[in-house]
Ligand binder design. Structure first.
Ligand SMILES: [Zn+2]
Length: 313
């Protein structure tokens, strides 16, 4: 390289290094910019308490996907929206019904319209726990202030199998994930951007609770469906933005679980014996694993009793 062009090159490098940081950094340390106009806020209070709330800007207003772990996160999201655009939040899509995804509605709706799959509102109303709410308020003065004005707001729109939402220049395809985590779960696919908001069927580097209403074969089917979309970026309900490898990880966990529980059942073990004897050394050190592996073993036991064949693999 000639001296002159070397000087020009070094000058260009200096200019590049002086370019202001990406807008996501202005939004605060909890925000990650995924693509132009797409941001994710991830709560980082504990390894498990890490639900995501996302902001999608469009030419005709803002769409949120979930509203944050706690009201403190919801307010961070509301502040970030104000920094990013003067436009209003028009829609909120919930990926599940649980409080750590849906209790921030009150800051945005009305006028924002909330959408989730059928059954979402019924579960939100039925599971609302006033005592738990006041315990949350009493956690800290900061939490109390953030919850000022809280009220439970169930979705105004519930859809059946699938729904397409078009807002400005963006298309959102909503897939009903059945009862694979809460009683109403939605995956949100942005086909043009190739970004998938995958709800909480799969987690990565942690183990999730599987509730009695959830069947493992349904979870496997939904993960297969989502993997086939071939997203560039996968935003899980909990944890850092990732890729399709989240589906490989959680499918691998569930299939290993089914194999091992199936083997113990073949030996005639009872559910209690299986819970005590099951070993998952590859997964035991992950967040939530110690307390959740016996719970997931129960789900595997239920699936096999219900006719799921582990030998079919
Ligand atoms: Zn949940």
């Amino acid at each position: 390289m000639k001296t002159k062009s070397l000087v020009a090159f070094l000058f260009a490098m200096c200019v590049l290094l002086l370019v202001p940081p990406a807008p996501a950094q202005d939004l605060g340390p909890h925000f990650t910019k995924i693509k132009d106009g797409i941001y994710v806020e991830t709560a980082k209070s504990t390894p498990q308490a890490n639900s995501n709330g996302s902001i999608v800007l469009t030419s005709e207003g803002v769409v949120l996907i979930d509203t944050g772990q706690t009201a403190i996160d919801s307010r961070e999201i509301a502040d970030a929206v104000k920094k990013l655009t003067p436009q209003p939040v028009r829609f909120i899509i919930d990926t599940e019904t649980h409080p750590d995804h849906s209790y921030g509605h009150f800051l945005f709706s009305p006028p924002a319209v909330i959408i989730n799959a059928e059954g979402a509102g019924a579960e939100m109303k039925q599971s609302f726990d006033a005592k738990r709410m006041s315990d949350t308020e009493n956690q800290s003065p900061e939490m109390k202030a953030a919850l000022q004005g809280f009220r439970l707001i169930p979705p105004q729109i519930e859809y059946g199998n699938k729904m397409t939402l078009r807002v400005g220049d963006r298309t959102f395809e909503l897939f009903n994930l059945g009862t694979t985590h809460s009683l109403a779960n939605t995956a949100v696919w942005l086909p043009n951007e190739r970004v998938l908001f995958a709800a909480s069927v799969a987690v990565e580097d942690q183990i999730n609770t599987i509730r009695p209403h959830t069947n493992i074969p349904d979870m496997l089917a939904m993960m297969k469906m989502m993997k086939a979309l071939n997203a560039e970026v996968v935003i899980p309900g909990h944890g850092v933005p990732t890729t399709n490898k989240i589906f490989d990880f959680y499918t691998g966990f569930l299939e290993t679980l089914l194999q091992r529980v199936g083997a113990l059942m073949k030996q005639g073990k009872t559910l209690d014996q299986i819970k005590a004897e099951l070993r998952m050394p590859e997964y035991e050190n992950l967040a939530g694993a110690k307390e959740r592996i016996p719970n997931t073993a129960e789900a595997a036991y239920r699936s096999i009793k219900g006719g799921y064949s582990v030998d079919a693999k």
